[in-house]
Structures are given as structure tokens and as C-alpha cells.
Design a protein around this ligand. Structure first.
Ligand code: SAM
Length: 307
């Protein structure tokens, strides 16, 4: 990717870079914990500052050391690595904080994107903060922010929801809690659960809500699909390409406008389904996809059938 040869070790990496705040400590100066974002698929997105810090710190705490070793090799770096994943125990966190307190500098990275964003690192950052260690952000890629930036949905306020529960009942319960959320919602989703998650979202929020599905951001097959939840759910059930790779779903929040359109959309969907299905089945499916009341839909379907 042409990121250059071996890095010089800048003395800037031993202190907070770029005027970052330094908290005062009663003991001799502690090191710095750098929270470093790494690419989410395109190595060209590693910032020069991230590369500089990764080359200069005493130790890198990585989610998967083999994965990060490859990134370092790509950059011509050979910094020492230690693992820091979601099962890392308090003792290891304590040891790292001791090293920081003793004056060593550490970088925290995850496999991709920004550490702590649906990724490990919270325990270390919280412990470092509690110990008065300076914690400095080296910001960069984050799939959630990238997806929001291209979705074409309101960005003035958005809520990051991370991964929904894997089990259907828990996922539906969580979506019900979010039904009236006015902010744009951002979800990470596993490819094999995309289709069912979109069906559940359409049922909870109404099929007419606008949404986007971004897959493989920054990579060769990057695609963003934008449509209503109903249409996206339907497409995900038919188009296997849509659920290939890594995925972020962005859904517009509830507003008087999204509430109003649900009735019309449910009606339209019911009419289409009635062309192929008996009233009970069409009403059941429409209710699932739009969140409209099944009984009312059935009554309407029977009424239409009589005409
Ligand atoms: N810390 C990461 C970040 O800053 O985005 C997220 C880590 S989380 C374990 C991994 C999830 O992020 C994936 O399952 C997917 O939902 C999303 N993701 C990561 N890379 C992506 C990409 N290139 N395109 C779309 N979604 C991505």
C-alpha cells in the first residue's frame, strides 16, 4: 500500500502527541496509553500518526497478536506485542497499568477499527484512567461512523447500538425498546443474521422506515443499499450478495412522518401479498413485516376479498 519503510522512533510517541492533555501524577511521570484506530479493510486508512505511535511505543496490547503482527509487518515495524481481548483478566490489566505507571508507553489496538467500539479495551482504559495515566486517542476508521456518513439518513443525532442479541426473542425485545427512539440507530450485524434482523426491524419499526445496509466498507466489494426496511428485508431474503462480508445497518429514528407512513405501507404490502396468499397468511406476514395489528389486517383482507 506504499506506506513506507521502517519507522523512525519519534520522541513524540513517548509523550502525548499533538497537545493532548496530560494528567498530573504525584509520582514520576507515567507513560501514555494510546488508543489507536486501525483500518477496517483498507490498509491505506492507517494514519501516519497511528503508524508513528505503533512504531514508537514500548508495547502494543492487541486483540489478536497474530493479526496485529501482520499489520506491523506491512508497516516494517517490529514492536513488542501482548494480547488484550475480552477474556483478559484483571491481573493482566493490572500488570499493564503498572508498566504504564513505571513510565512505559503502550498502544491499544483491536483487529479492526477503533478499540472499545464493540471491541475489547474498556477494562484497560478505565483502569489507566483510574490510576491517573494519560490516555490519548489516535483516531481513525470506525465502521459505525463510516456507515452513518454514507447512509443519507439524519446524522445530527444518532445512537450506536452495536450488535443486537443473537437469539430471536431477545433481539425482538431489544428492537421493541428502540421503537420510539427518535435518533438514527446504528447496528453491527453478522452476515448470517442480516435477513432475519431486517425482518424483525421491519416488524418492530414498521416496514416504511428508511434504512441502509453497508457491507465491506473500504474494501473491494463495498456496497451500500438504501431503501425502506420492508424492501431491504425482502432483498436480503433473495440476494445472497447483500449479506456477504461485514455489515452495518443504519435505521432512521421515529418521527411523526415515519409513524404516518406505516399505515399506507402496511396496506400496500397486504394488497401485494393477497395476490399470492390467502387472507390469514397475508395478514400474518404483513403484521410481521410492518408491526401493524394482525387482526385489523385480516379484517381488511377479508373485506377486500368480499368486494
Ligand atoms: N471496532 C470496530 C469499529 O471501529 O468499527 C468494530 C469491531 S466489531 C467486532 C466488528 C463489526 O464491525 C463487524 O461485524 C461489522 O458489523 C462492523 N464492521 C467492521 N468492519 C466493517 C466493514 N469494513 N464494513 C462494514 N462493517 C464493518
Amino acid at each position: 500500500m506504499g506506506l513506507g519503510g521502517p519507522a523512525r522512533v519519534p520522541d513524540t510517541a513517548r509523550r502525548p502527541l499533538a497537545d493532548a492533555p496530560v494528567s498530573s501524577s504525584p509520582q514520576s511521570s507515567p507513560g501514555v496509553l494510546y488508543v489507536v484506530a486501525t483500518p477496517i479493510g483498507n490498509l491505506g486508512d492507517l494514519s501516519p500518526r497511528a503508524r508513528e505511535v505503533l512504531g514508537a511505543v514500548d508495547l502494543i496490547a492487541a486483540e489478536d497478536t497474530r493479526h496485529t503482527r501482520q499489520l506491523l509487518q506491512h508497516c516494517g515495524l517490529n514492536t513488542a506485542l501482548t494480547s488484550m481481548h475480552e477474556h483478559t483478566d484483571a491481573r493482566k490489566v493490572g500488570e499493564l497499568v503498572e508498566r504504564l505507571a513505571g513510565g512505559e508507553s503502550l498502544a491499544l489496538v483491536s483487529d479492526a477499527g477503533t478499540p472499545l467500539i464493540s471491541d475489547p479495551g474498556f477494562a484497560l482504559v478505565a483502569a489507566a484512567r483510574a490510576a491517573g495515566i494519560p490516555v490519548v486517542a489516535v483516531p481513525g476508521p470506525c465502521a459505525a461512523v463510516a456507515a452513518v456518513s454514507v447512509a443519507g439518513l439524519p446524522t445530527d443525532r444518532f445512537a450506536f447500538e452495536g450488535f443486537l442479541p443473537a437469539k430471536a426473542a431477545a433481539r425482538r425485545a431489544r428492537l421493541q425498546e428502540l421503537k420510539a427512539e427518535p435518533r438514527t440507530l446504528v447496528f453491527y450485524e453478522a452476515p448470517h443474521r442480516l435477513a432475519e434482523a431486517l425482518v424483525d426491524m421491519a416488524a418492530a419499526f414498521g416496514a416504511a422506515r428508511r434504512a441502509s445496509v453497508s457491507r465491506e466498507l473500504t474494501k473491494r466489494f463495498e456496497t451500500t443499499y438504501t431503501d425502506t426496511l420492508g424492501a431491504l428485508a425482502e432483498r436480503a431474503g433473495q440476494d445472497s450478495d447483500m449479506s456477504r462480508g461485514e455489515i452495518v445497518v443504519v435505521v432512521e429514528g421515529e418521527s411523526p412522518e415515519t409513524q404516518r407512513t406505516v399505515g399506507g405501507d402496511a396496506e400496500r404490502m397486504l394488497r401485494i401479498l393477497l395476490e399470492e396468499l390467502p387472507p390469514a397468511q397475508a395478514a400474518k406476514l404483513t403484521a410481521r413485516l410492518t408491526g401493524a395489528r394482525r387482526g385489523e389486517l385480516y379484517e381488511r383482507a377479508v373485506e377486500w376479498a368480499r368486494k
